[in-house]
Design a protein around this ligand. Sequence first.
Ligand SMILES: [Zn+2]
Ligand SMILES: [Zn+2]
Ligand SMILES: [Zn+2]
Length: 291
Amino acid sequence: MESTVPTVTILGTAQDGGVPQAGCGCSNCNAAFENSERVRFPVSLGVIDNQGGMHLIEATRALPEQLKIWADACGYESPIRPNSVLLTHAHLGHIEGIGQFGKEAMGCRNLTLVASESVASILQEKNLMTPFVRAEFTLDNLPKFQQGGVVFDFIPVPHRDDTSDTHAILISGENKRVLFLPDHDDWEQTLKSVGYTNPNDWFQSLGATHVLLDATFWNGEELPGRDMKDVPHPTVEDSLERLQQGGVGGPEIILIHLNHTNPLNNPNSSESRMIEDAGHSVGQRGWTVEL
Ligand SMILES: [Zn+2]
Ligand SMILES: [Zn+2]
Ligand SMILES: [Zn+2]
């Protein structure tokens, strides 16, 4: 197959539950029930390498729609069937679509699974490994998967390691590097684990040109009656403040993993304007960058 320019496409931008969320009548969910443009699928990315190899990051319950969004964004006329599936961790929203690769649906065989030992063992426990063969995924130094001119580096990040460990994924091509960081507990722990004091310095050390960043909650007021410690993610307010520290000329910041309660779901909210004014953006499905 002739060589093509590798691409990364955003296939979903919501937290695990998606928008609208089952049983919810909040203004964002109602808007999404009425207007399909306000629907957000759970986070997922599609990466095409320079040999045409297709690598899906996260397998959500919106997999059928997301494979179609991926094909449309990249101008493929036939449906996309990935060659490999990469998983950051085993929280339900990130693996809910795995069953679709099995005999009940796509009937895949020998699909490459790139996931840590603990994530793979959870799939094994749930009897979901039949379509997969595991890629060699060593845990000494930084785990790495390399295909058709694209390198996927798995970077451990602290995130409620109750079910499995969690990784961010740095996707590197010849010209661009995209850091996918959909879930982490808080900046203090993450920065400590990577050895930096502010996110920009960390991003620059990775050479990231784009960061797809955990933006689950705008602030702590979104879940009345629930302790934020039960749902650990840094707030967008906190991230914005920290992003102002550190070197200039940082990467492009694209906010993803939005909870249905997040005011960034509404493109007309004052919070959405604040993001724009800060020079960042809120992720949209179909967004594609050449690596
Ligand atoms: Zn998540
Ligand atoms: Zn809602
Ligand atoms: Zn999670």
